[in-house]
Design a binder for this molecule. Sequence first.
Ligand code: GCB
Length: 588
Amino acid sequence: MLRPQETSSRERVGLNGLWAFALDPGDRGRAEQWWRGPLPDAVEMPVPASFNDVPATRDAHDHVGDVWYQREVRIPAGWAGRRVVLRFDAAAHRAVVWWNDVEVGRHEGGYTPFECDVTEHARPGEIGRLTVVVDNRLEPSTIPPGIVDVLPDGRRRQRYFHDFFNYAGLHRAVWLCATPRSYVRDITVTTEVAGADARVHYRVDVVAGQVAEVVLRDADGAERARGTTAAGTLEVPDATLWRPGHGHLYRLEVRTSGDDADDYALPVGIRDVKVEGDRFLINGEPFYFRGFGKHEDNPVRGKGHDDVHMVHDFALLDWIGANSFRTSHYPYAEEVLEYADRHGIVVIDETPAVGLNFEIAHTLVPGDPPHIWAAIDDTTQAAHLRAIQELVARDKNHPSVVMWSIANEPDSARPEARTYFEPLVRAARAADPSRPVCFAQVQLPPDKDVMSDLFDVICLNRYNGWYIDTGDLVTAERELEAELREWVRLHGKPIIVTEYGADAIAGVRSVAAGTWTEDYQIELLETFHRVFDRVDSVIGEHVWNFADFATGYGVNRADGNKKGVFTRDRRPKAAAFALRRRWHPKED
Ligand code: GCB
């Protein structure tokens, strides 16, 4: 699905700002048809933001079920005869949308966009009432999965098997967009590097019309190649490549034919990605991933996208010498990928399939969650498949995205895991044959894993010295090295350690380096680095985590997860300086 754009044929109006908002703990809204009039007892809620922490009440923070958003929207008078859609960049996790009294769309999956066509209902020049109900419940059939318990007093309690807070709501931008009736629905671009030259393969999907021309321009606007068909290959002699640290972008301008022609411009980075033996090649050059698993997480706004926080995070990535990150554990806002494209930051793009693991479920939630492979069924798998397809559909054209991660830490030891994942890996490759596919593997000995051979790169989340051999970095170093060498022996594939780290409370120091201190965090990272430097097949290190982040309640979490090398408000812990010395060896 293409991002909304302003072009000669397209307009967009941002619907961000303060909306009317109501929690619906008693499930009254759907029964009473709240979309038919003003929301009862509404408060004001900023969009985009996760709703949970804005009102400063426990009720909002812990709410489980529906929340309602509403605002008035004027359709510009000049939009007569145009196709008009509402575009939600995300609604976590399930949404239904009404324009006045008419339902115009619904979507499940909290991190991918959807559109509602209101052409037939919205009259140019008139004001309409836009109402959205967003349900934040996670169930065994959703991605990510969860369980909702009804307590004896009638309250609901959400359990989930992932280690970050279940922020929800309209936490990304909402748009009102106009296009011609005949319009460009989608563009797919893949690029191939051949010596100094390159090929740009493109496919344009037009609704009710035809492609007139496709023009590839360089950053200075100069035309580099041209086509006149809906699909084809553009030859680009002496191409300037997109590469890590250099986000060079061309523009692919697509125009349709006819009086009411559409026009769309897609940024294109020319690069290719391959796995060869135990190397990860970008434009034929071995690439070493230095960076983090991140989260979209900030005080008050939760997962609400915000350009200030985004640019600041990228500035800190630059300061520390990171060249890449993983969108753990869900697709991030499209603004983030566009920024990474422009600045040459490499991204491993992950689906929201996190928590498909019984052992972890056990440690994260009170009570006794059901065995995960018993609770997870074809419906979960279908939701997971949709999550993969929607991720690829949204992000396939970003040069920064070099690999798909289709899950984080599923239980990959049981035979059911292989049966469940095999078709999903096939589907990911079918959706995008141009990028490698991986999953982030939970701490599990290589001989116990039943599915890593299906994937291109071995991605390991490892907590030696923290969850395992806590406090004993000598054993951690020995065991980690032995394990990595075993992965090399069994698979001969490139290895990225996609998570390693220790919780550290900022300001807690110790000469004896006890757990939870800033000093132990550094020692643990340095222990891992010594091992990485000895094992040749390790082609990447992503520290867990970039910054401290909010989690659900838990006795092993102190006001959230503290494995950040920055605090939640982005102040560096001592580990940030240590990483900077490793990743920027020439600077202080
Ligand atoms: C993991 C998970 C991550 C957690 C982390 C931790 O393995 O992938 O989501 O936050 O461990 O700190 O426990």
